[in-house]
Design a protein around this ligand. Structure first.
Ligand SMILES: Nc1ncnc2c1ncn2[C@@H]1O[C@H](COP(=O)(O)OP(=O)(O)OP(=O)(O)O)[C@@H](O)[C@H]1O
Ligand SMILES: [Mg+2]
Length: 334
């Protein structure tokens, strides 16, 4: 079957900086794929190559089987792009922005009008469509960008950090919107993000990119399975003979390891939620009294730390403060 996106050994150098250092992966049609990585990992560079705005130093990229370097125009028809820097004209209304964009694609007037009305409704901007974009909130501008990206019915929607700098509520609105846009026939989505929650919530598969290399790629569950530590169940017990309980619990096949300290058993298991009743049952059979149970599931954050050796949060903080400094509209009104 044809891949929606196929990237092979992609390299991009800027002078002495290697932004992409041999990246290979593919995305199936209809898939929602997330590229997760810290600042400077190479996400935007990869997207610029896929969207024909930049040539790779080496390697190949194909969109629906078409080479992005050789057939730029054909590739641009197939993709809708929501770039990291917002591109709507602040001096025009939402509707005007949409219309100009649709004209780029030579859509006949009737089709254009219908499509724009549908999309503005879908992103919840129908009532504000005749207001200047300068009067929109950050979240509204993002939603307009997404509507623009979808105007020509692309096969693939590519979004570079679709919720960067948005407050949590607007972020949820954008997530809902992206989920709804999947109703568009067979739409494939590629998005970059450094929000763990965004990748977890939206993406069927996730690639972690760091220093221009993909360090892990799988479904969320698959990525977690690769971690040496599984789910951890912490059970605090009273009135026990610890050695006896540990011996008993160890015989359960899904238990990987047990540490006992200060009345609490820290048990590593495959699936914490399923294991809890069985563990509690076994401990009570052995004469233990269960006082409390805590399940610590592995998160995407744990996966990220495992592969990159550091948490992503500090990167995020830097990025947002940078955006606040840079993202001031220049002009208001016409
Ligand atoms: N036009 C350019 N000229 C020189 N260096 C560049 C250029 N574009 C990107 N780089 C460098 O390439 C590396 C990757 O940058 P890129 O913008 O792809 O990262 P990113 O993962 O999108 O980061 P962010 O999360 O900050 O958006 C960085 O070291 C960056 O400084
Ligand atoms: Mg970027």
């Amino acid at each position: 079957m044809m891949k929606a996106i196929e990237v092979t050994d992609l390299v991009k150098n800027f002078g002495t900086i290697t932004a992409l250092n041999g990246v290979s992966f593919s995305i199936e049609e209809g898939e929602v794929f997330g590229l997760l990585g810290p600042n400077g990992a190479g996400k935007t560079t990869l997207i610029r190559i896929l969207t024909t705005l930049m040539r790779p130093t080496a390697g190949k990229a194909h969109v629906m089987g078409i080479n992005v370097e050789k057939e730029k125009a054909a590739v641009r028809k197939l993709i809708g792009v929501v770039p990291q820097a917002m591109t709507s004209d602040l001096d025009l209304t939402g509707l005007e922005n949409m219309d100009i964009y649709a004209r780029f694609y030579d859509m006949p007037r009737k089709e254009r009008e219908g499509r724009i009305e549908y999309l503005l409704g879908m992103v919840g901007l129908k009532e504000r469509s005749n207001d200047l974009v300068a009067t929109y909130s950050g979240g509204m501008r993002r939603r307009l960008e997404i509507a623009k990206g979808l105007v020509h019915k692309p096969s693939i929607l590519i979004l570079d950090e679709p919720t960067i700098g948005l407050d949590p509520q607007s972020r949820h609105v954008v997530w809902e919107l992206l989920k709804n846009s999947l109703d568009e026939d067979g739409l494939t989505i590629l998005l970059t993000t450094h929000y763990m929650e965004e990748a977890e919530l939206l993406c069927e598969r996730i690639a972690i990119i760091d220093y221009g290399k993909i360090v892990a790629i799988d479904t969320l569950e698959g990525l977690k399975r690769q971690l040496p530590d599984k789910d951890i169940v912490e059970i605090t017990v009273g009135g026990i003979n610890a050695t006896k309980v540990i011996e008993e619990v160890k015989t359960l096949t899904f238990v990987h390891s047990i540490i006992y300290a200060e009345g609490t058993l820290r048990i590593s298991v495959d699936n914490g939620a399923q294991a809890i009743p069985l563990l509690v049952g076994r401990i009570e059979d052995t004469g233990g009294r269960v006082i409390s149970v805590l399940l610590k599931q592995q998160t995407l954050e744990d996966v990220f730390i495992h592969y990159t050796g550091r948490p992503i949060r500090e990167e995020e903080a830097k990025k947002v403060s940078f955006l606040i400094g840079a993202g001031v509209p220049q002009k208001w009104g016409r």
